[in-house]
Design a protein. Structure first.
Length: 370
């Protein structure tokens, strides 16, 4: 009874999230359509199954209770969800190919009933796709070059991927269990819907606690707009990697002054009167702070998440964000903004903006001035 009520709740909440994502589709142009499909199918199945089990209807609405071969369609949707989540620049035109084999199996099952499909085909099919999902998630955890937008959301997406991988694993194990077992599928499906609803409830709670999953870049851009430039993670309080043997002598000689060096660099990167006329390079920073260049390079190597060159460009982009938020582009062009931030051309400015922020200048501006 308790699990059936949870299943009913999960079904309702899933459909609410689907409605929210569809209503936000115009603002979030990069919406993951496969997440919407998964939520709609998972939510509606659990909702109608709970109604059935609780005795509110005698009719069966679940496609899987009518034809178990429809299960062949489910796992490709999960794979394509992960593919769009992790490989954002991947082309989508060949995605339909993943549904050719499921269509053949279902058609064969529907129109050639005298020759039943062996469910061992589903075992091979689902295990292959789950291994592919694991490899995609592995790619996610190995990403290292992230924009501000991606870095801000990285931990959230990692946790979200683990949650969805757990649901995928449960789906593969349970679906193969009751397809290959001798028990009545209807009983097994009821158990699966009820038990998996607990995991789905956890996933839905996580989505509501992390609205960027529902609202995407639109939500993140609004937050970046509200941030000050010091909120962007650039520096680490501790070495970000082990000090190499060749650097240990110099590191040990300046370790007591590193905190002070970091403090002075942070002050310099926030000094608008300085960064508006001077690009931050190893030479200009060393001259301004009266530091040996070797000391500065060591600090950047072990305490900064960016190279010195990237750091200089990022500081200019942060200055550009500040100007955009203050309304600069309401009166001036993007080219003018790039020049004001000391970029040599509009192309270089736009390229660095997309590299560090994760969206184009026009997309960011659209959110700020909307």
């Amino acid at each position: 009874m308790f699990l059936n009520v949870i299943s009913l709740l999960v079904g309702f909440l899933s459909l609410v999230v689907v409605a929210l994502m569809l209503c936000n589709q115009r603002a979030n142009s990069k919406i993951n359509i496969y997440l919407i499909i998964i939520l709609f199918v998972a939510g509606s199945q659990r909702f109608v199954n709970a109604i059935e089990v609780l005795g509110y209807t005698d009719s069966t609405f679940s496609p899987l209770k009518i034809r178990m071969t429809f299960a062949f369609f489910i796992i490709p949707f999960y794979y394509l969800f992960f593919k769009r989540l992790i490989r954002k620049k991947n082309k989508h035109k060949n995605e339909i190919l993943h549904f050719i084999l499921p269509t053949i199996f279902v058609a064969f099952d529907l129109f050639v009933p005298n020759y039943p499909i062996s469910y061992y085909w589903y075992l091979v099919f689902s295990v292959y796709y789950f291994i592919s999902i694991i490899l995609l998630v592995k790619e996610l955890f190995q990403l290292n070059r992230l924009s501000v937008l991606e870095r801000r959301n990285y931990k959230t997406i990692q946790t979200w991927a683990v949650l969805m991988t757990s649901i995928s694993f449960l789906l593969v194990v349970y679906s193969n269990y009751f397809l290959l077992s001798d028990k009545q599928p209807k009983i097994n499906l009821n158990i699966f819907y009820s038990v998996s609803s607990l995991l789905w409830l956890g996933a839905l709670i996580y989505m509501f606690r992390n609205p960027s999953i529902i609202f995407g870049e639109h939500y993140l851009l609004k937050n970046i707009q509200k941030e000050t430039h010091q909120d962007i993670l650039i520096w680490s309080d501790k070495p970000i990697k082990e000090v190499e043997i060749k650097d240990q002598l110099l590191f040990n000689s300046i370790v007591s002054t590193i905190d002070n060096i970091l403090l002075n660099i942070k002050k310099l990167q926030k000094n608008v009167s300085f960064i508006s006329v001077t690009t931050l390079t190893a030479k200009t920073i060393a001259q301004e702070l009266k530091l040996p260049k070797s000391h500065l390079e060591l600090v950047f190597k072990y305490y900064c998440h960016y190279s010195i060159n990237d750091f200089g460009n990022l500081v200019k982009i942060i200055y550009a964000l500040q100007l955009i938020n203050e309304g600069y582009l309401k009166d001036y062009t993007v080219e003018s903004l790039g020049e004001k931030c000391l970029f040599n051309s509009r192309f270089t400015f736009s390229k660095n903006f997309k590299k560090f922020i994760g969206v184009s200048v026009s997309d960011y501006t659209k959110e700020v001035y909307s």
